[in-house]
Design a protein around this ligand. Structure first.
Ligand code: PLP
Length: 393
């Protein structure tokens, strides 16, 4: 037996463990000081009422012989796919039902989709980045190249002719930077991919935070995307499903490479290796698209957006360069006084008892930057903003 030695090449991430260790040491030394966590990437508001009711009634159905469900379709129930199809149609995007695949979240599919591609492909990943893209490809032994996201390009890198990539990851609104591509910028990526026979893996997990109608919520708002882009989306941040687990992936039927149809390949992959998302969960997800559900999740999203606005305002007041926070739960700031990411982390913890995430943990270009998030409670965020105001003076 030979193990997959590529696992030796996965960089050990000490980011969140180091944060936890530093916070725990500070707490032990200062038990009277209240620490506010603005580093969390998980949601804190509970599932909305419409979702909870749908889940409860689906659970009741499962307890009755006549309505009990066993294995469901691997690619998801029609009722949920139809709701998602209508959601896209409300943004003027037409998709066929069988182009939508229900998943147990974006993370699984972002990793699993790589089954469709040969090892011998070059993967392009922006730096800084959500670490899953790099680690999943490292596990598969693929060559990874990076494209710089930095202050010069507002953390939204664009392709140029010198680039040689087969699989391209884009995440907009971005984690960790909160930056959002506009349509012209995405068009450049779509044109690059179509011209160079490349595939774009578009992570739209935060699309629900976009409020500006001019900004694309889906890659399919861009002409030409249906021949080059796969889109990943999630109920996690949209409706608080981080612990409930549901998402979807769109693989257009027009994605044909070397005479193979990626939609058919993904269906084959899913029916072979996946047995579907629980009926109860899919019923909960369907309720997100009901009139009540939409109203209720909008309230939750507004709550987070309000937190983001407060954080952004205090940074603006103190002339701290930052992006994100507007169409994203993430605020990406330049550490004041040219501090390094970890230096700023220590100073913020020591002097204001606020915990954020050092940008350097997301890639080399994150050094000197810092991520704050709006997923905390309103009360804690307000208190953190007051502390930031004093700290930044
Ligand atoms: N994509 C990005 C950019 C994320 O930040 C996250 C989670 O934080 C995910 C995907 C994972 O989403 P899910 O909970 O649907 O697996």
């Amino acid at each position: 037996m030979h193990v997959n030695k590529n696992y030796k090449n996965i960089a050990q991430s000490y980011l969140f463990s180091t944060i936890a260790k530093k916070v725990s040491e500070f707490s032990s030394a200062n038990p009277d000081k209240k620490i506010i966590k603005l580093g969390i990437g998980d949601v804190t508001l509970p599932l909305c009422e419409a979702v909870v009711n749908a889940i409860k009634s689906a659970a009741d159905e499962m307890g009755v012989k006549e309505t009990f469900k066993g294995y469901g379709p691997e690619q998801g129930y029609e009722f949920l796919k139809e709701s998602i199809q209508k959601y896209y149609a409300s943004h003027d995007i037409n998709l066929d039902n069988d182009e939508i695949f229900i998943s147990d979240g974006a993370k699984s599919d972002l990793g699993n989709i790589l089954d469709l591609f040969d090892k011998d492909n070059t993967v392009l990943v922006p730096d800084p980045v959500y670490p899953v893209y790099v680690d999943t490809n490292t596990m598969a032994g693929r060559k990874i190249i990076f494209i710089n996201a930095n202050a010069d390009n507002n953390f939204l890198p664009l392709p140029d002719e010198s680039l040689k990539a087969d699989i391209i990851y884009l995440c907009s609104p971005n984690n960790p930077t909160g930056a959002v591509y506009n349509k012209d910028q995405l068009k450049k990526w779509v044109d690059y991919a179509n011209k160079n026979n490349a595939v774009i893996l578009f992570d739209a997990a935060y699309e629900c935070f976009i409020t500006d109608k001019e900004l694309p919520r889906s890659i399919y708002e861009i002409e030409g995307a249906k021949t080059c882009a796969i889109e990943f989306c999630s109920f996690s941040k949209m409706a608080g499903f981080t612990g409930t687990r549901c998402g979807w992936t769109v693989v257009p039927k027009t994605m044909i490479f070397e005479e193979m149809n990626l939609n058919k390949m993904w269906l084959r992959r899913q029916t072979t290796k996946f047995n579907g998302v629980p009926y109860i969960v899919q019923k909960g997800a369907q309720a997100v698209f009901s009139q009540e559900g939409q109203k209720q999740i909008a309230q939750n999203l507004d709550y987070y957006k309000e937190n983001a606005k407060m954080i952004s305002q205090v940074l603006t007041k103190h002339n701290i360069w930052h992006i994100g926070g507007k169409h994203s739960p993430y605020i990406w700031l330049k550490c004041p006084n040219n501090m390094k990411s970890w230096e700023f982390f220590d100073s913020l913890l020591e002097n204001a008892q606020i915990v954020g995430t050092p940008g350097s943990g997301f890639g080399a270009n994150g050094e000197g930057y810092f991520r704050l998030t709006s997923f905390g409670s309103k009360e804690n965020t307000m208190e953190a903003v007051e502390r930031l105001d004093k700290f930044l003076k």
